[in-house]
Design a protein around this ligand. Structure first.
Ligand SMILES: Nc1ncnc2c1ncn2[C@@H]1O[C@H](COP(=O)(O)OP(=O)(O)O)[C@@H](O)[C@H]1O
Ligand SMILES: N[C@@H](CCC(=O)OP(=O)(O)O)C(=O)O
Length: 752
């Protein structure tokens, strides 16, 4: 079968393939681009068309497909249907006929003349029924359709495929939906091993669709089958995974066996046909046509449905999302195999590169800043790098490199592969890479497009530092948003997703992953400082100014200042507000303050993260009220009380339910580097164990190691038990792989 296909293709290619096919084929294709596809070929496999119980056509499914095709057609797209199912449907009809006439035939015909169900005869019978149905369904939408039956000769004729192309053009021009199938009646008899010279049949409709896609220069070919797409192995095997994107330039390991209930070609043939179509310039999506409604429209809208087979633009660097995850996983394993000294040397190398290549990094950063004129003030501030920032990043990496190696029984192990999506701040990149290297994790990074050049520059330095010891793919930079949505569905390939940015980003990541991956949320920072009536004015001034003005774009900057009502008429309050103004800070009164002082109208909403030189000032009457305000309007990030009254401080620190609660200290201390974590994965405002600035421990999990000497549970439990659990604390044991310095003593169960 495949030899015949190759033969047809070879002949076909020499006749038809036009120059621009090569350039069309080399265009990289992303899902989002599918929405601009104009000419779309939809191929329906036999299993989509016929019912599972072999009783007739699957009317519900077909109606939904016809409805979607009609919608596309009525919205200006040129849709060509390629329908299989004539043989399968015809077989059902003929079986019925055969049963009816069985007794008569067996009486009249000698054994030698009884015939089995002949596929060509079945196709002839089935095709008429199929077309009748399509006609009546399309008529519901006011659309006419036309039958086009093709053979290999249509492609191989001396004059080329122009005859049928002209017919197609004419039909499309007249807004008629062409419905294609192979002309099975012209096939050689099934038992004959055909002479390749005389081949006029096309092996199957996957092959036919790809030939049609290439010759009509279609923008998209959709294969609808009875499985969700191309899997790494047979879909019924629990170890198989759906492949979301397949780049022919980077073939993946796929095994094939079996076909659909009634299919002819099988998945291997479908993939081969898809690859040919891609080489001819048409991207392909293989998806399930038997479940759910709207699959075709979802594909055309660029949603991550099925498997996209497309060119990556022949880029050596582009690999699929899954391959990126696989590379990061094997990189993580390689990192785990390194000694702590080797890992520390990578971190030191990266730290030196950040300092030595300062000029290169700042130039890349300047390119981003130059093209970011429309970015809001806070985002622009976060985007900007400086020599000081690079020096402190380098310092943080050197801190990460210090490992003491503590022996643990419940040992710490890397999570595996972590995906971090971050906005604006390029300085996140070396921090996150450092944390991943220190903990032995593979890392996939997606930064904002506004920091493209800075991120690429910093990532190349990470690769440079890494490549002497582990594969470069251990820390990968992901290019497109589309890859992120694919990566977020890769259960088992990615162990944790961390969005670092505003609430919108966190929400988008959670939605895209829809519960398939654990997500460690780092959301906004609406930090409060409460000025108690027993505050020291001098401390208050220093803390408030530092919290607000030292880096207003940071998530740990002050956004809401709460002032005890007793301070309102004091020189302390006046001094504080005028010094804020003096430092360029715009003050917005809260609703209560607005009723007490002759100030302009109050802020519309409390709990705003300004990210710039702006602050809300509100009045509260007690510590309890301050605590309640913070818990209601804060984001659970960092909140501080300024007071000399120990009881007030105790009340605030125990009442406020945030990741970080401070007494007489700037909110800006809330930071992984300042907490001695070297660098931070992010600041978690969630309530799981990783809370506040999350350093290496956020990228680690644990593993229990049990050393026995032939112990069984029966030795400890039940009437014949000879041992008992004593749960005595033991000395810590070995820490696998990580160059980390876990100091917490862990308890171990001893069995005697
Ligand atoms: N690696 C694989 N991924 C997906 N499907 C596979 C794979 N290997 C074999 N198959 C089989 O391929 C079938 C789809 O191909 P095919 O029988 O040609 O379908 P259709 O009739 O829709 O053209 C599926 O039903 C599945 O059983
Ligand atoms: N012309 C044949 C095509 C068969 C075919 O290619 O089947 P499938 O592999 O299900 O797409 C028919 O209509 O049954």
């Amino acid at each position: 079968m495949w030899r015949r296909l190759v033969q047809i293709r070879r002949k076909f290619s020499t006749k038809l393939v036009v120059d621009d096919v090569v350039s069309r084929a080399k265009r990289p294709m992303r899902r989002a681009q599918l929405s601009s596809a104009n000419r779309i070929i939809v191929k329906l496999g036999s299993a989509v068309i016929t019912r599972e119980d072999e009783c007739g056509l699957a009317l519900g499914r077909l109606a939904s497909i016809v409805e979607q095709v009609s919608w596309l057609h009525n919205n200006g797209k040129e849709v060509v249907l390629v329908t299989s199912g004539a043989v399968a449907f015809g077989k059902q009809r003929m079986k019925h006929e055969k049963l009816l006439s069985q007794s008569m035939r067996s009486a009249l015909l000698p054994n030698s003349e009884r015939r089995d169900l002949e596929p060509r005869a079945c196709a002839a019978a089935g095709q008429a029924g199929l077309m009748a149905l399509y006609e009546s369904m399309f008529a519901q939408y006011g659309i006419s359709c036309a039958q086009v039956l093709l053979t290999g000769y249509d492609f191989l004729a001396p004059e080329g495929p122009q005859n049928f192309l002209q017919t197609l053009d004419c039909l499309l021009g007249m807004k008629v939906v062409p419905i294609l199938n192979g002309n099975d009646v012209h096939s050689p008899p099934p038992q004959r091993n055909s002479d390749l010279q005389d081949v006029v049949s096309i092996p199957d409709n996957d092959c036919l669709s790809s030939l049609v896609a290439i010759s009509t220069r279609a923008d998209l070919l959709i294969f609808l089958s009875d499985v969700d797409g191309l899997f790494t192995g047979h879909p019924s095997d629990s170890k198989s995974r759906l492949i979301r994107t397949y780049y022919p330039e980077h073939p993946m390991q796929v095994s094939f066996w079996g076909k659909s209930r009634v299919g002819l070609g099988g998945m291997e043939n479908k993939l081969n046909s898809a690859v040919k179509a891609v080489e001819g310039g048409t991207p392909v999506v293989i998806a399930n046509g038997t479940k759910g409604e709207g699959t075709i429209l979802d594909i055309v809208r660029g949603r991550p449905v099925g498997t996209l087979v497309a060119s990556n633009g022949h880029s050596e660097l582009t690999v699929s999302a899954e391959q990126l995850a696989d590379q990061a996983r094997s990189g993580s394993r390689a990192l785990q195999g390194l000694s702590s000294e080797q890992r520390a040397s990578v971190l030191h190398h990266l730290a030196s590169l950040l300092v030595e290549r300062e000029e290169e990094i700042l130039a890349a950063n300047q390119r981003d800043l130059d093209s970011a004129s429309d970015l809001s003030g806070p985002l622009r501030a976060r985007l900007s790098l400086s020599p000081q920032r690079l020096a402190s990043l380098a310092d943080g990496l050197r801190q990460l490199a210090v490992g003491e190696g503590l022996e643990l029984v419940k040992r710490k192990v890397p999570l595996g592969v972590v995906l971090v999506v971050f906005e604006s701040r390029p300085d996140c990149l070396p921090q996150l890479a450092g944390l991943a290297i220190a903990t032995g994790n593979g890392l996939l990074l997606k930064g904002g497009s506004e920091a493209l050049h800075s991120n690429r520059c910093l990532h190349s330095l990470v690769q440079e530092a890494l490549q002497t010891v582990v594969p470069a793919g251990t820390v990968a930079l992901v290019d497109s948003r589309e890859e992120i949505s694919e990566l977020l569905t890769l259960e088992g390939k990615i162990d944790l997703a961390i969005p670092r940015g505003g609430q919108d980003l966190v929400r988008a990541v959670m939605e895209m992953s829809s519960g398939r991956l654990p997500v460690l949320g780092h959301t906004e920072g609406v930090c409060h400082v409460f000025l108690d009536q027993h505050a020291d004015l001098e401390k208050a001034l220093r803390i408030v100014l530092d919290s607000k003005c030292s880096y207003p774009a940071a998530c740990n900057a002050l956004e809401s200042l709460l002032v005890h009502s007793d301070l309102l008429d004091t020189p302390a309050f006046t001094a504080l507000t005028s010094s804020l103004k003096h430092n360029g800070v715009t003050v917005y009164p809260g609703p209560t303050l607005a009723t007490l002082l002759p100030v302009p109208s109050p802020v519309a909403t409390l709990g705003t993260e300004y990210g710039g030189l702006e602050v809300t000032v509100e009045v509260v009457r007690s510590v309890e009220e301050a605590v309640e305000h913070v818990n209601s309007y804060g984001s659970g990030h960092t909140d501080c009380i300024i007071t000399e009254d120990a009881e007030a401080a105790r009340q605030f620190l125990s009442g406020v339910d945030s990741a970080c609660v401070f007494h007489n200290a700037s909110t800006r201390f809330s930071d992984g580097y300042r907490f001695g974590l070297g660098a931070e994965v992010g600041i978690s405002t969630g309530r799981i164990h990783a809370r506040g600035p999350v350093g290496k421990e956020g990228l680690m999990t644990s593993q229990w190691v049990l050393q026995g000497q032939g112990h069984t549970v029966a030795d400890f439990e039940g009437p014949a038990s000879t041992h008992h659990y004593s749960h005595v604390s033991l000395k810590p044991s070995v820490d696998r792989g990580s160059a980390t310095n876990h100091r917490e003593p862990l308890e171990n169960t001893v069995m005697n």
